[in-house]
Design a protein around this ligand. Structure first.
Ligand code: ZN
Length: 291
């Protein structure tokens, strides 16, 4: 028992999206990003919303919930949500789990493509409601504050109904600082380049670690230091944070988990002799892998 018990990680598919490639690559020229992610005729690229499930003893911790299907059909089309069903719930069922089995949900931030999946599928004429009836919901205080008081620049990325539902649940755990860890096996820290208070969660297994970087590095193309998203609030800060975190993972040999990469769930990071960072040992399927 305790810290000797094995820890298992699984990549859990959520609803996928097709989003404008230009917005996903900030100021990178199309000639560059279109080689990494070939766009369709509407300039959109495929993106995953992948969650990480961490299991040990009787704990089942879900890192994020993807975009889900809370949007009414009109908005679902606008935001390029591909599937009609709540894919995350189906993926959990394939692992033999229901929403009641999840003990904790860690939300790196409250943008709808990371937190929308904690809401039940849209039903005409019914208000939004929370899934995961037994889970505690972890969010940083800074990220929650941002969601309750967004800036005009990112207001459209939040779900106004979500924050009151989380508060009313009585199961919301706001994390004040990096020492404020109420989850064994996890080391949580924040970054601020993508959005204020983005939680970075490092899962510590017996032999290996997995870092859930969320939108700090949404997929393999963004491992390259100068590449940022148009959605990043403070791109230069993000690049500085990314250099530190990925440099650390390269030195320690840990896994970096990608939520939006359409193909690869996690990779290790290699620093080349000339200082470039590369995603290596790509893992496409991760299912109850002991770490
Ligand atoms: Zn985001």
């Amino acid at each position: 028992m305790g810290l000797d018990a094995p820890v298992y990680v699984s990549a859990v598919a959520g609803n996928s999206q097709r989003l404008d490639g230009g917005a996903m690559f900030g100021n990178a020229p199309r000639a560059l990003w279109s080689r990494w992610c070939p766009p369709d005729e509407e300039n959109r690229i495929p993106l995953a919303c992948r969650a990480l499930l961490v299991e040990w003893e009787d704990r089942r911790v879900l890192l994020e919930a993807g975009i889900g299907t809370f949007f009414p059909p009109r908005l679902r089309a606008r935001y390029g949500v591909v599937e009609q069903e709540h894919v995350l719930l189906r993926s959990l069922a394939e692992l033999g789990l229901s929403e009641e089995d999840i003990t904790d949900v860690i939300l790196s931030h409250l943008h709808f493509d990371h937190a929308g999946g904690v809401l039940a599928p849209h039903e005409e004429g019914r208000p939004p409601r929370l899934l995961f009836p037994r889970a505690r919901f972890f969010v940083s205080e800074a990220a929650f504050e941002r969601a309750e008081h967004p800036h005009p620049r990112d207001r459209a990325s939040f779900i106004p109904e979500l924050q009151p539902l989380l508060r009313q649940s009585g199961r919301l755990c706001l994390l004040r600082d990096e020492q404020d860890v109420r989850l064994p096996r996890f080391r949580l820290r924040t970054s601020h380049g993508h959005t204020p208070g983005l939680l970075l969660s490092e899962v510590q297994g017996q032999h290996e670690t997995v870092l859930f970087v969320s939108d700090l590095v949404p997929g393999r193309p963004w491992v390259h230091l100068p590449i940022t998203m148009g959605y990043d609030r403070f791109p230069e800060l993000l690049i500085d944070e990314k250099a530190v975190i990925l440099g650390e993972m390269a030195a320690r040999g840990g896994w970096v988990f990608y939520t939006h990469d359409p193909e690869v769930a996690m990779s290790r990071i290699l620093r080349t002799e000339d200082g470039r960072l590369l995603a290596v040992e790509p893992q496409t399927e991760v299912r109850r892998r002991p770490i």
